[in-house]
Design a protein around this ligand. Structure first.
Ligand code: BYC
Length: 478
C-alpha cells in the first residue's frame, strides 16, 4: 500500500479502493448522501472558500496541503496509517497473535457497535457547531472552526469506510443511520449524551474542543491499540488530525482568559461583565459543564462491556505498550469511584471501592483523561498568575453534575460535597451556566469578519496558521 492518497478517484484514498469495485460503488453511492447531509446539517455561514489543510499522505512528513478551498469541494478521503506487517495483538486473550485483517465472526457485533458509536460523534459535533460561523470573533477563528468541521466530516468517512468494507449489509445500513440521527433530535438523537447538547457560542465551542474532543483523543487512543488492524490504522491517522482540534480548544481558552485578565487590570475590577469581557466565574461555570458531561462519555466506572472489549483485543488502554504489567489483567485490581453505603444508617457517601482491573478499565482511561485536563487548568492559571489576578480555575469533583456512573444518582458541589436534590436545585446556578450567563455570553457573540480584526472578549492568537499572519485572508465570505 502506498502512503500517498490517490486524488484522481472520486473518493481520495490510500486503500486501493479501485481494486474493489463493489466497495467503491457502495461508497460512491453513500457520497451524495454525505454531501446532502453536509449541505443541510453542516456549516450555515455562506463562504466562497476557506484556507484549509487537506490530508495528502499519511507519512511522517508533509501529510497536509494548505490552500483556499470551497468547502463543499473539500476532498474528504479515506486514509489509513501505514501497515506494520509484523504487528501483533498487544493485550487480552489473543496477546502475541498476529493482528486481524478481517473481523472475526465472534466479535462482529461488538466491533460494529464501537465503530458506530465512534462514527456517530463525528457528524454530531458538526451539527452542534453549524451556526457558530455567524458569530466568529475573527477570520482566523472562523477558519479553525471550519477546519475542525471538515476533519470531523473526514472522521465520519473513516468509520463509514470500515462499516462498508468489513460489515456487509448491516454495516451499510449503519452508515446510512449515521446521517439520519441528528444532534438534539427528539425522535432520533445522537447516541452519547454530550453530543446532544448545544454549542451555541464560542466559549462553549472552545470548552467543547478542549474537553469533549479530548475524550475523542483518548477513545481513539484505545481503539488504535485494537487487534482489528484496519481500525487501529484508521485511528492512528485520525489522532494526527485531532491534535489541531486540541490546539483550537486550549489556545481558545488561553485567549479568553488572557483578555479577561487584561480588562480586569485595565479597569481594576473583577466585574468585567459590563466591560465586554467574560468574567472568571462564568468561565468556571462553562468549564464545570463541559468537563462533567465529558466525564460521562467514558461510560460507567465499572463496565463488563469494557472488560469484554479488552479481553477480546478490541479496545486497549491508553499507551498500552508502556504499561508494565501482563497486558491481560486477569488477577489485577483497581480502585474506582463508588457510592459507599453505611451498614447502620443506610446512608450513601462518595468514596472508592476495589474492583477487578478489567471491569475498571473505563476508570483507568478516565483517569488518564483527567490528568491531561489538569494541564489546561494549570496553563490558564499561569495566565491568571502572570496577570496578577488572584482568582483561579479548577476542575470540579468527579461527582459533580454526573449522569453516568457511580455518582449519577446523587448531587454534589464542585468540591465534592454531597447535596440533597432540593438544595442542588436551589444552588446549581452557582456552578453551572444560568440563562443569565448564557444570554450575556451570547450578547458578546457579534461577528468580526474583517481581516486582521478581533472581537473584544478574546485576545488575538500568538501565531497564525501554517506560518501565515493573523491578518491573513483565511476565509472569503460569499
Ligand atoms: N451517553 O457499560 P457502560 C469523539 C451507555 S468522542 C449515553 O458503562 P461502556 C469526538 C453505553 O453505551 C469519542 N449512553 O459503557 C469528540 C451502554 O449501553 P448498552 C467517541 C451512554 O460500553 C468531539 C450503557 O450506557 N468514541 O470522538 O463501557 C468531536 C452502559 O454503559 C453513555 C467512543 O466513545 C453516555 N455518555 O462505555 C468529535 C469510543 N455512556 O451497551 C468526536 C467507542 C455509556 O447497555 N465507545 N452509555 O446499550 C465506547 O468505547 C463505549 O461505548 C463507551 C461506553 C466508552 C462510550
Amino acid at each position: 500500500m502506498s502512503t500517498t492518497a490517490n486524488y484522481s478517484e472520486k473518493i481520495p484514498n490510500n486503500v486501493n479502493l479501485h481494486e474493489d469495485r463493489r466497495l467503491q460503488r457502495a461508497l460512491e453511492s453513500w457520497q451524495p448522501n454525505f454531501l446532502h447531509w453536509w449541505q443541510t446539517m453542516g456549516p450555515t455561514l455562506p463562504t466562497q472558500d476557506v484556507y484549509l489543510r487537506t490530508a495528502i499522505n499519511v507519512g511522517r512528513d508533509g501529510w497536509a496541503q494548505f490552500g483556499h478551498v470551497a468547502m463543499p469541494e473539500y476532498r474528504w478521503g479515506i486514509f489509513l496509517a501505514e501497515r506494520d506487517p509484523g504487528r501483533k495483538v498487544g493485550f487480552g486473550e489473543h496477546k502475541g497473535e498476529p493482528v486481524w485483517d478481517k473481523v472475526p465472526g465472534e466479535y462482529r457485533a461488538e466491533l460494529q457497535r464501537l465503530i458506530v458509536i465512534q462514527g456517530d460523534t463525528e457528524p454530531a459535533s458538526v451539527e452542534q457547531q453549524r451556526n457558530l460561523g455567524a458569530t466568529a470573533p475573527s477570520l482566523y477563528d472562523l477558519r479553525n472552526l471550519f477546519q475542525v468541521n471538515v476533519e470531523e466530516g473526514r472522521h465520519l468517512w473513516a468509520m463509514v469506510y470500515l462499516l462498508h468494507a468489513y460489515f456487509g449489509r448491516e454495516g451499510r445500513e449503519e452508515a446510512e443511520e449515521l446521517l439520519h440521527r441528528n444532534s438534539g433530535s427528539l425522535d432520533s438523537p445522537r447516541i452519547l449524551g454530550a453530543f446532544n447538547e448545544e454549542t451555541p457560542d464560542w466559549l462553549s465551542f472552545f470548552m467543547f474542543t478542549y474537553f469533549t474532543d479530548r475524550d475523542g483523543k483518548y477513545q481513539l487512543g484505545t481503539l488504535k491499540e485494537s487487534a482489528f488492524d484496519p481500525l487501529s490504522r484508521t485511528c492512528e491517522f485520525m489522532l494526527k488530525e485531532e491534535a489541531h482540534h486540541m490546539m483550537v480548544g486550549t489556545t481558545g481558552i488561553d485567549r479568553i482568559v488572557q483578555r479577561t485578565v487584561e480588562v480586569m487590570r485595565e479597569h481594576d475590577t473583577d466585574e468585567v461583565a459590563g466591560l465586554g469581557a467574560i468574567p472568571l466565574p462564568m468561565i468556571q461555570k462553562y468549564l464545570n459543564f463541559h468537563y462533567s458531561v465529558s466525564l460521562d462519555l467514558f461510560g460507567g466506572d465499572t463496565s463488563t462491556n469494557v472488560a469484554n472489549y479488552y479481553t477480546a483485543g478490541l479496545k486497549g488502554r491508553w499507551l498500552e505498550e508502556r504499561r508494565k504489567d501482563d497486558h491481560q489483567l486477569a488477577s489485577d485490581s483497581i480502585m474506582v469511584d463508588a457510592l459507599l453505603e453505611d451498614a447502620g444508617s443506610g446512608e450513601q457517601s462518595i468514596g472508592q471501592t476495589e474492583v477487578s482491573a478489567l471491569v475498571g478499565l473505563n476508570t483507568d482511561l478516565r483517569r488518564e483523561y483527567i490528568a491531561d485536563c489538569q494541564g489546561g487548568v494549570k496553563r490558564w492559571n499561569r495566565i491568571l498568575e502572570e496577570g496578577g489576578v488572584t482568582g483561579r480555575l479548577m476542575l470540579p469533583h468527579a461527582a459533580f453534575n454526573r449522569k453516568v456512573g457511580a455518582f449519577a444518582g446523587i448531587e454534589a458541589t464542585p468540591d465534592g460535597e454531597q447535596l440533597p436534590a432540593s438544595e442542588w436545585q436551589r444552588r446549581q446556578g452557582q456552578w453551572l451556566p444560568t440563562d443569565v450567563d448564557k444570554t450575556y455570553v451570547r450578547s458578546l457573540m457579534r461577528p468580526v469578519h474583517e481581516r486582521g480584526k478581533i472581537a473584544a472578549w478574546i485576545a488575538p492568537p500568538r501565531n497564525g496558521i501554517n506560518g501565515q499572519p493573523f491578518d491573513y485572508d483565511y476565509v472569503h465570505l460569499s
